[in-house]
Write a protein that binds this ligand. Structure first.
Ligand code: KIV
Ligand code: NA
Length: 275
């Protein structure tokens, strides 16, 4: 099957099937996600999810390239988008182009994503006019955690107009889709109705043209981090904890390895292909 393209995504929206999107950071997870998703995002959330960083601010372009390459090897049909990390695009459109081009050349992604609305419109336009498809990201933008003062809902009350302007600006600049993170549902509904490009919600609204979650969050890989907008479709963290505890207990009791896990010193066994 031919891979989905940014223009396909742009054409797919409004009244069609919602776009299904998840993050992935590794080849095996990319394979699992690719089977069911339209869009796979190599998010800079990788810094917090896999590297133990306290925020996404410490994520580097080299980290995004390494995880992007790993994800690429696991994808066959989904559209691959890679996040531009903090510090790799904000300085100027030229800096953004240079780093986005490197991300695309090295990971073979179809598009990049960057955070920011009106402020980033000039940069988005610069990239799009030079052959780089851009997914925008507005509302809560985690790379702005320090200036915003946390991971709060954005666009409540009078602040809604700011997010509306951001949405209009990224569409006008040529983004092929926009992530709406942690905004009131009614505002996400308004933006989705207003824009021609697809909205992809996370902590937004079911009316968005697509949904995205961090895959490790929805799989319940952690016990500590449980934001309201994450529905847990599995509790793999608990499952892993139980499995590791069982292994530790069996090793300590000398019940593992058992007879079937060890090798006999018999030549005919070896000849049967036992490895
Ligand atoms: O980094 C990330 O995973 C993201 C999505 C949650 C949208 O930006
Ligand atoms: Na991100």
């Amino acid at each position: 099957t031919k891979a989905l393209t940014p223009p396909d995504v742009l054409a797919a929206r409004k009244g069609g099937d919602p776009l299904v999107c998840l993050t992935a950071y590794t080849t095996p997870m990319a394979r699992l996600v690719d089977a069911h998703c339209d869009i796979v995002l190599v998010g800079d959330s990788v810094g917090m999810v896999l590297h133990g960083l306290p925020s996404t601010l410490g994520v580097t372009l080299d980290m995004m390239i390494m995880h992007g390459k790993a994800v690429r090897r696991g994808l066959q049909k989904a559209l691959m988008v890679v996040d531009m990390p903090f510090g790799s695009y904000e300085e100027s459109p030229q800096q953004a182009f240079r780093n986005a081009a490197r991300l695309m050349a090295e990971t073979d992604c179809a598009a990049v994503k960057l955070e920011g609305g009106e402020t980033m419109a000039e940069t988005i336009s610069f990239l799009v006019h030079r052959g780089i498809s851009v997914m925008a990201h507005i509302g809560l933008t985690p790379q702005a955690v320090n200036t915003v003062g946390g991971y709060k809902v954005q666009g409540r009350g009078q602040d809604a107009e700011r997010i509306m302007r951001d949405a209009a600006a990224v569409e006008q600049a040529g983004a092929f889709s926009v992530v709406l993170e942690k905004v009131p549902a009614a505002l996400a509904d308004r933006i989705t109705a207003q824009l021609a490009i697809p909205t992809i919600g996370i902590g937004a609204s079911a009316s968005c043209d697509g949904q995205v979650l961090v895959v490790d969050d929805m799989l319940g890989m952690f016990t500590s981090f449980r934001p309201k907008f994450v529905k847990r479709y599995a509790e793999l963290g608990n499952g892993a904890d139980q499995a590791i505890a069982a292994y530790a207990a069996e090793v300590r009791a000398r019940r593992f390895p058992a007879a079937e896990h060890v090798f006999a010193d018999l030549p005919q066994k070896a000849a049967e292909g036992e490895t």
